[in-house]
Design a protein around this ligand. Structure first.
Ligand code: BMA
Length: 713
């Protein structure tokens, strides 16, 4: 069992989250107890001031919260050790979002970006005892209405209109699987730090992997002020020190490589670097867990166009996984166990990659600890999704600071595989944007995703690849044909386009980073929000927990194509889950059969942020939908799948035996080594009678998909 990162605080610091905070609605007299980290909604809920926002249609009655101003405050004494230092900084890891910070009555800062950390020198405002820190959160909706108005020609996929003007978790404004609950509050750590002369910001760890198998680490400390410094390092594994010394280069003895789930183990080393000035004065200590590995996005010319595949330690890996949305509508203060439930389930379903989707948040340390431990590579979007974004100088400056902050925070992670500019913002380059007013947004998108973000990645994490958008093809082409040649693809013909499920088998895409099918949550999960009397999928309560307009019709459509009429709502729910599982199985098995042309299948979506009808394979309560059970099989390291000829364009429930004329049997192996196996097949009549069958010994070649036997029927 690995010890998770301790994220140790500097020696001279005061963790303000450990103190008793209070909150109130501005203008109201009464202060309520508050949680920090936390948010307004959860504080009001604990104080009994509002009902459960997920229950019934309560969400709709709680919209007033987003229009109000909220205040948080705490009182503290200055620890003498901090007072003795030359500098005292107030450090906030996450303020959500339009905050004004007051210390002992003096305004010290204003913020408008939830995704970046802040540090303010506050020594002159501090007293020995009875300091009052107060943070006011103004309405994010009001900010959206009053900022950058002149820039906005049209909203695209933006539920409230203009939510992209603010750097705040976008799906909080409502999404096609999420409620509109616009939070405010101190959502990550906050503390006072004391330091003198200089401060250690971070350490860059560059890994060198030699052909011989040797691994060395190159350390570069980053200091607040330039000065020459020495590094003392200690590298341990499993509680034992494996390398210790002074200098900038560590030769790792007997390096044990970190692998994604299914490819090998996930050994994690603890690296502690003590940085001192020439005269011996300690500047700071940086301690993190790292994994020894290389991850490359390998794009090279091949017979189909250009590859899009991840190489881990030089070995090509078929990416198997799902898209991740925020784990809760209220993300502040989620615990390791909240993440562990779903990430462990992902690993149990043989996934090796999770895509952190760009409409949510940059995930917590706990999330990345678990991905490191479980061997889940992370495709990390920057937080931009489905919208037009401003390009003014102050916005750019804010996102550059945000990107730098997040890259510094996450670049050492074993699991980090890719920085991706955004989710689905390629429309900014599309030809349909003839309107001259759009030119400004096109320019902004080019500056953001093709200039600013890649430059920040290059400067602070050159070892990790950058990809401008998901999907992206290296240019502005959007058609399926191009997706079979290069880049990554979101395939939504099935579901949004209502195309037959067999259309998954039409396009051998290079890498499919989204495709999905909705189902209903189980009756047990629905019971957590739906009173017995309202238990009707077309009733107001259930409909409020179906956020995709027309979603119910689409589910019914696909269920009716495949099954007989369900006799009860519970049966419908059950069939909706079987259908969802069948759809993802069809897609994934096809994509895996097409290895090495196709090298990734990440379905939409792994998890839910509240109890809802959605594309997820794990319900909000943690119950696995049928899809998750099946994912474990269709993502298994050695897969047998059948391509059924004659099923093209035929609704599966309506097969006549004459439609199907042949079956091809395939194996797909993601195993790291060749192995021998027995392939066995049986063909049954729908009435259960066995028609034929046989078996043969085969060699399962590592990382190879192949076809074995054509069975004519
Ligand atoms: C995708 C995502 C999300 C959305 C999902 C389902 O394209 O990027 O924006 O929730 O479709 O519609």
């Amino acid at each position: 069992m690995f010890q998770p990162d301790t994220h140790s605080l500097p020696k001279t610091s005061l963790d303000l989250t450990r103190l008793s905070w209070e909150m109130r609605q501005a203008g109201k007299l009464r202060w309520l107890p508050a949680s920090v980290p936390g948010c307004v909604h959860t504080d009001l809920l604990s104080a009994g001031e509002i009902p459960d926002p997920f229950y019934g249609t309560n969400e709709l009655d709680l919209q007033w919260i987003e229009e109000e101003t909220w205040e948080y405050r705490v009182t503290f004494d200055l620890p003498p050790a901090i007072g003795e230092e030359e500098n005292s900084d107030l450090v906030a890891d996450g303020l959500d979002t339009v905050a004004t910070v007051f210390l002992n009555g003096t305004e010290i800062a204003r913020t408008d970006n939830m995704f970046t950390g802040y540090r303010w020198p506050v020594k002159t405002f501090l007293r020995k005892s009875g300091n009052v820190l107060q943070i006011r959160f103004d309405s994010a909706m009001e900010y959206v209405r009053s900022h950058r108005r002149e820039h906005w020609p049209r909203e695209t996929n933006d539920p409230v209109g203009g939510s992209a003007r603010i750097r705040k978790q976008q799906c909080q404004f409502g999404w096609d699987w999420g409620p509109r609950l616009v939070t405010a509050g101190i959502w990550r750590g906050i503390r006072l730090e004391g330091w003198s002369k200089n401060r250690l910001r971070s350490v860059v760890v560059k890994q060198n992997h030699a052909r011989s198998g040797g691994v060395s680490l190159r350390l570069t400390p980053e200091l607040a002020h330039h000065e020459s410094a020495t590094c003392q390092y200690r590298l341990s594994f499993d509680g034992r020190i494996v390398a210790e010394g002074t200098g900038r280069t560590i030769d790792v003895p007997d390096p044990r490589l970190w692998w994604p789930n299914g490819q090998g183990d996930q050994p994690l080393y603890t690296l502690e670097v003590r940085v001192s000035a020439r005269n011996g004065r300690e500047i700071g200590v940086w301690k993190r867990r790292i994994g020894l590995r290389t991850v490359k996005l390998d794009r090279r010319k091949d017979k189909w166009g250009e590859s899009f595949r991840f190489l881990v330690n030089g070995r090509p890996m078929f990416a198997k996984g799902a898209n991740w949305i925020p784990a809760h509508a209220f993300v502040a203060n989620l615990q390791r166990s909240d993440y562990e439930r779903d990430l462990r389930a992902a690993a149990e379903a043989n996934m090796n990659m999770i895509r952190v989707w760009g409409g949510g948040i940059y995930e917590s340390e706990d999330f990345f600890d678990l991905c490191d431990e479980l061997g889940l590579l992370v495709w990390q979007d920057f937080m931009f999704a489905c919208s037009l974004y401003p390009g003014d100088a102050s916005f750019l400056k804010s996102i550059e600071a945000e990107a730098e902050y997040q890259i510094r925070r996450l670049r050492h992670r074993a699991s980090l595989a890719l920085w991706c500019g955004n989710n689905e913002i390629w429309h900014c380059n599309g030809n349909e944007l003839e309107d001259p007013k759009f030119k400004r947004f096109q320019k902004a998108a080019v500056r953001l995703f093709h200039e600013a973000l890649p430059a920040v990645v290059q400067a602070h994490d050159p070892a990790t690849a950058y990809w401008p958008s998901s999907p992206w093809r290296g240019d502005e082409s959007r058609d399926h044909e191009t997706g079979t040649k290069r880049g990554d693809t979101h395939f939504w013909d099935v579901w949004h386009g209502r195309a037959p499920v067999s259309d998954y088998e039409k396009w051998p895409f290079r890498f499919v980073s989204e495709f999905g099918m909705q189902s209903y949550s189980s009756p047990a999960t629905n019971a957590t929000f739906c009173p017995e009397d309202d238990n009707n999928i077309f009733g107001p309560v259930m409909e409020n927990h179906q956020k995709n307009r027309g979603g119910n019709q689409v589910i019914l459509d696909y269920v009716s194509r495949r099954y007989r009429f369900p006799k009860s709502q519970d049966d419908l729910i059950y069939l909706s889950q079987l259908n969802q599982a069948h759809c993802m199985q069809t897609g994934v098995e096809f994509y895996r059969r097409n290895r090495p042309r196709c090298m990734g299948a990440l379905y939409w979506q792994l998890n839910d942020c509240w109890p809802v009808a959605s594309w997820s394979s794990i319900e909000f309560t943690g119950r696995w939908r049928a899809l998750h059970h099946l994912a474990r099989r269709f993502f298994s390291p050695a897969l047998v799948s059948a391509q059924i000829h004659g099923s093209e364009g035929v609704t599966i429930g309506n097969y006549r035996s004459s439609d199907i004329h042949a079956v091809d049997l395939y194996t797909a192996s993601d195993l790291p080594e060749d192995t021998s196996a027995r392939l066995r097949w049986d063909v049954f009549h729908v009435n259960g009678r066995r028609l034929s069958g046989s078996s043969k010994r085969i060699r399962l070649r590592a990382g190879v998909s192949e076809s074995w036997k054509k069975i004519d029927l």
